[in-house]
Design a protein around this ligand. Structure first.
Ligand code: ATR
Length: 276
């Protein structure tokens, strides 16, 4: 067995702002592991050869971010069920001449809620999901896997919500973007997967006073940590969970596969990321 330090990477374009190197670097240090996790920028045309090079250099694997998640999925020799249903991969593991493609976004989403809201369960009632892009797909997969009875799916462009409903079956019910308020009563999990609220950009027009008092509101946007949606929910006493935890939790399965230890998502990690 080689004694060389274990290597892993995050690949994207652009990649300069990725928090993943900081996150994995913190875990490597905290767990005393001799390993390195580095950012690499590739282009669409060089993605496949880039991945092949990493394999040849004995990298254990890589995270893959925008815009390569579909390409990463396509080159997996073995694909997890959740990656197949998301149509995208964010975690590649190289072993025994094979590439394993996984999508840990649904895992990150679910574990963020589980960690922050003890007793939270997707099966406790309908969910209202805002947005129908790539992040929404992964969250829909997670909610369905965990037994959500119904997903009310609202998207500005209705046809994208209709497309996901057709793909994921009759537990997913499209609702009009203009009818968000009417979709609130009864929803136990309310999720924003759109970019609205990022960088203080554009608030969602929704009247959360129509939500059930035991609804949990979460956002995948984590810049700012308290988005306008979370602030509005908090103001009227609803339980809120910010989106940073999803980023932290989605990194766990890759770290464990490549570096062999289970990392902790704790306040020390959050502080490292927030103070960067
Ligand atoms: P991601 O992979 O991060 O989900 P995406 O596929 O580009 O990114 O999806 C972005 C989501 O944010 C979409 O649901 C998009 O709605 P459209 O399908 O109508 O484009 C939503 N979104 C972005 N800007 C929005 C805005 N100003 N108002 C409402 N929804 C918006």
């Amino acid at each position: 067995m080689s004694t060389a330090p274990a290597l892993a990477a995050v690949i994207g374009s652009p990649i300069g702002h990725s928090k993943s190197p900081l996150l994995h670097g913190h875990w490597l240090k905290a767990l005393g592991i001799a390993g390195h996790y580095i950012p690499i920028e590739l282009q669409t045309a060089t993605f496949e050869t880039g991945i092949e090079s990493l394999r040849k250099l004995h990298f254990r694997g890589a995270n893959v971010t925008l815009p390569f998640k579909e390409q990463a999925f396509a080159l997996g020799d073995v694909r997890t069920d959740r990656a197949t249903r998301s149509g995208a991969a964010n975690t590649l593991t190289f072993t025994d001449g094979a590439s394993y493609a996984d999508n840990t976004d649904s895992y990150g989403f679910l574990n963020n809620l589980r960690q922050n809201v003890p007793g939270w369960s997707a099966s406790s009632g309908p969910a209202l999901v805002l947005g129908a892009g790539g992040a929404s797909r992964a969250i829909i997969v997670g909610l369905l896997d965990e037994g959500v009875p119904e997903i009310r799916l609202a998207n500005r462009t209705r046809s994208r919500a209709d497309g996901l409903a057709a793909e994921f079956g009759d537990r997913v019910a499209p609702v009009d973007w203009q009818d968000l308020d009417a979709a609130l009563p009864g929803a136990k999990t309310i999720v924003n997967t759109t970019s609205l609220g990022m960088g203080g950009n554009g608030a969602i027009s929704i009247d959360l006073r129509r939500a059930d008092t035991d609804a949990v509101v979460t956002d995948i946007v984590y810049t700012p940590l308290e988005t306008p949606l979370l602030k509005a929910a908090d103001t009227i006493g609803l339980t809120t969970v910010d989106g940073l935890g999803m980023l932290l939790h989605q990194a766990e399965p890759g770290f464990e596969a490549w570096f062999g230890k289970t990392p902790d998502v704790d306040t020390a990690l959050r502080d490292v990321i927030l103070s960067a």
